[in-house]
Design a protein. Sequence first.
Lengths: 593, 160, 626
Amino acid sequence: MANKVTIYIENQPYQVDAGLTILEAAKSCGYHIPSLCNWRDHECSLASCRVCLVKVEGARGLVPSCAYEVADGMKISIADQKATDARRTSVELLLSNHSFNCQSCKKNGKCELLNVARDVGARPDKYMGEKTETTLDFLTPAIVRDTSKCILCGRCIEACKKAQGIGILGFENRGFSTIVAPTQNRSFSKVPCIQCGQCTLVCPTGALMEHNNIDELDAAFRAGKHVVCFAAPAVRSAIAEEFGCKIGTNGTKRLAAALRRVGFEKVFDMNFSADLTIMEEAHEFIERFSKGGKMPMITSCSPGWINFIELYFPELLPHVSTCKSPQQMFGAILKSYYAEKMGWDKKDIYVVSFIPCTAKKYEVQREQFVDKDGIRDVDLALTTRELGDLVRRAGIIWNRLPEEEFDHDIVGENTGAGVIFGVTGGVMEAAVRTAYNMLTGEEMEPIDLLPVRGFEAVREATLDIKGTKVRIAVTSGMINARKLLEQIKDGTSQYDFIEVMGCPGGCINGGGQPYVFPSMLPNEDPDIWYTYRAKRAAVLYEEDKNKPLRRSHLNPDIKKLYEDYLGEPGSELAEELLHTSYNAKREQYPDVD
Amino acid sequence: MHIRPEARKTVLEIVDRYKDEPSPLMLILSDCQKEFGYIPLEVQEVISEATGVPTAEIYGVVTFYNFFTLEPKGKYVIGVCTGTACYVKGSQNVSDKIGELLKIKPGETTKDGLFSLDNVRCLGACGIAPAVSINGKVYPKVQLSQVDKILDEYRKKEEA
Amino acid sequence: MTKEEAIRTLEELGSAQCSCAKKLEDKFSGKDGKRHIVICGGTGCMSSNSKDIMHRFEELIAEKGLQDKVTVNLVGCFGFCSKGPFVKIFPEDTLYTEVKVADAERIIEEDIIGGKIVEGLLYVDPATKEKVTRQDDINFYKKQMRIALYGCGTINPEDLDESLGYGGYEALKRALSMTPEQVIEEVLASGLRGRGGAGFPTGTKWKFAAAQKSEEKYIICNGDEGDPGAFMDRSILEGNPVAVIEGMAIAAYAIGAHQGYFYIRAEYPIACERIKIAIRELTERGLLGDNILGTGFSFRVGLRYGAGAFVCGEETALLNSIEGKRGMPRPKPPFPAVSGLFGKPTVINNVETLASLPYIFRVGAAEYAKIGTENSKGTKVFALGGKVNNVGLVEVPMGTTLRTLIYDIGGGIPNGKEFLAIQTGGPSGGCLTKDELDVAIDYQSLQKAGSMMGSGGAIVMDEDNCMVDVAKFYMEFIRDESCGKCTPCRIGTKRLLEILTKITQGRGEMSDLDDLETLASATAAGALCGLGQTAANPILSTLRKFRPVYERHILEKKCDAGVCKDLISFVINPDKCKKCSMCARNCPVDAIHGEVGKVPYVIDTKKCIKCGTCVTVCKFGAVSKE
């Protein structure tokens, strides 16, 4: 139980927890103080935007409520005239150095700056003047950086440094010329950025956004191709948030309905190919484990993670499973097995994946995923946020959508094991369920692998599979993955099988997921910053629990796929279609001409 | 982006020099600036590698402080005033002439590292236009014919 | 006692001080039977070749075989920079000013050998035209009181023996005989306040840090002086480095720190070098390091360089800079005394503050507190500059009036011009007008008059200065030096400058004045650190005191001082024009036409770039600004 202190806001007494900042305390008392540079992590409070200034009796000048702790007897005024003016001036000054093309800005409607501007009553043209020189970087397939929108809050810098431990972004130059940029204001494509998009999740404006590819989808529709799509597990955990639903709402069935109405010829659930991945990956693990392959083996589903190990630990690439990610596997199957069955020419199929991820946009373009005819496994990857835009554009009212099923048509049937791929620990849990069966011919009971669930930095367990000990570890976020990799490098790693996901918490918190800006979510609890990942994860675990089939190897479509086409896991055809290689020679700082 | 092995060794030596100091980045950068006359990205990458500080952060520090430069400067920094008065009195010709003699363009440094040439903002010496400053010393009413003589002053200083 | 020997106990220090003092006394009094030439080694004089002058003296002394009879050495800054380089001869105490390398021979021949003062090199009082031979008789020095500048211009800053012979370490000796609490009490009793700008009571700062329980604490000497026109910290560091280190040691002892850092601008190479020498010598002699003088007190000092960012004078930005980060200020609280360098309790004191401590501990707090006014004790060093006859460093007791500073010490305004204003506190301060000349220099009075003490810049302006332009100058400085972290400072100063520029270009509207006022106040209220909070002071202060000047720029599009180029034009009075063509020949843009001896010259205002060359070159006063 935290100590309580009494504070006064506008002369009204309130009991609040000691140690809170004024901003947090005021929220618990029912006041909303606008803020921009403040972010969840305490240490991340730069107190630089000066949008949250309040008056504290006895303090010299106004104080930033995001960085000032409450004290017993403190008298605070938010409505104080000087504070109100100062907050408004800060916002007006930010607006004076901001590019005003809100109409076409993809952040429109989700922009914290615009929201704050309205709250403080800012007059956008109050202080016009010269603007800081700007840069527009759209060279990576994943992330677009437009400094003309940047307000230098520094949240992205901290996200990259604290979540991923990479520190791609930093402040550059000084004073009015200051910008936030990768080293030397280079493109993200010319620095060792893993394109995970965590920076886009915290950007309050349109300065850092996913590379929007909706135009390319339109071109495919216009070209009259067989435009088919599938949606990743984590998309269902968050898509409803795009339409104002509470965080933690399951969107699976409306998602299927929406995709059909947007115009896709076939709408599949990517859980199917997650099941397929498990078949290949569990097989690969058992092969390595029993025949003395490179150990520990590490999962390969997360493209941000693959970028990380290629750029920072290329010497450890042999530890990574050769399995393609579920996205790429699905594409490969659609353009081979499925195309054959349907009698379609693979050139006429346009495969779109909906994913919670920005790095997947990079993944679809990797040279390993283009076949000898120049055909890609997957043609386009669109994020959950872009999906939101598509649905709105189609005039669909989410809450009025009927509940429908994804297509089950040659492929598509899926299990609960595939669903939990969207959360950290899920791939491991699904793999263990199937590996157990492959090793013993029996089903693992109980089915839930609780030690790998949750959000602790590293979770580990030693499994006893009929006397065979298998040591596993699960982590997410590169700052944590780095530690496990250092262990492998030192030769001190204790594990046989490691699951790594690029984003902290896994795909449910992927760089392409809906924004969680508490100031714009009035119906969520004040502590939503700390709970949203668990709420999204709960959607997936609940769906798994309720699935009739929860083990990948029991998926009838998968069984049929192997019977009719692939043979068995690890077969020559499976190797060709479902496995890949990595690039150990990626340069961290490729020369700019 | 590749750094010469000797330069790499030098940077690592500098980093090692301060291994017992808490947060030695500024000391390392100061020494690198002294050693190389500037701190190019290649050097920053080596520092990053050796200290674990992200390159973006190092670059941010380098561009924050006026004392650090990303481009090498010569021992003698020549500033040709391009204020209006100097410009119309032919400072462009002076700049061209200096550039021709030193075989460099404005913003560049001679190969021997002796001279840098910059076209600078008004020196506030309009009455003695065109004005040229070399390491802070101001030369008034510089004629094209004088340029070589002025440069010789410094060349001789070097020989001596 | 030889230089190599370590000083291990208080007694050994006592005897070392005695023998050094005797040696120094002999030097100044001539009891050693020699003549001594000392030369100013401050940055100003060094750039006027004072080192070459010294070398020339050395050559001449060798040539004439005077090695046994004459010595020569550099000393710290004399302060009277506009008259440098200085050469002083002991024991006569003769002061030569504006000496050139070529003058060395004359001084050796006429004075050293011939025993005759070189009249031509003496200081001439501008008012009386009388020649003055001794430094103390020059008006500039008469009303000064040298406490922080103690030893500057007297002792050789690169010779520890001279420092020890001139009171060095006497104060630390006394402080070490007291408890840390007593030391803090003494500083509180002295009334000493921070000399770097904010004027926070030094003893109180120490008390906060002393109260923190921490194994590690730090004392930092802030030598990142950056106000344009202020250079007292540099002079002190160059002139008496040991005194500053001694002040740090006292502070360290009081708060329980064992490590100190100097943070000095890399642009001050001489200061850095002399501090380095002093640290080395003190360490070699056991006066820094473990168990100093056998008292159990250990103290080490490191040197860090400021790398060219004005904002690093702000203490939390300075901390970030030492920690290897961008020099962006941190929000306070936590205050550095609680969580400073590397998160440990840290006291950051300015050079001048630390340099005042040895005096306080030598003479006692009570004695020090007698100097100055009720709330502002002691002395303050000012860098007097601008439109004043005597430019240089001036140390005066608190409570001295601006009039004394400008007229008695500064020798008044040159060329018979009218005094307009004095800017104190640099870019963070404000201006004071003719009506405020009798304001006393102390923290309260200056603040009450709408300015501040700041770090001690004092720039005098006369009728030829435009106060809008002055405000613009400071705003440009701040715009360039803003770290860019917080919104009001990063963008606010830029917008303020844009409005001022508009006004000086004749595009101003009356509503701009309201905008200036609102934005300036909002910037002050909203900025994160001291730099931003005071950034708009020059605007607010000039707006308050010179509003009609602003209005004239806006309503009449006139700049009466003739500074704002877009608002002035040059004309040649045809009656006064002697048709000599001087102006036309010197015009950089061929904007002046006429005919020698025949047609009076006329300026083509369309071509004219308003550089003012014609005014300067016309011998007949025919060209004027309008």
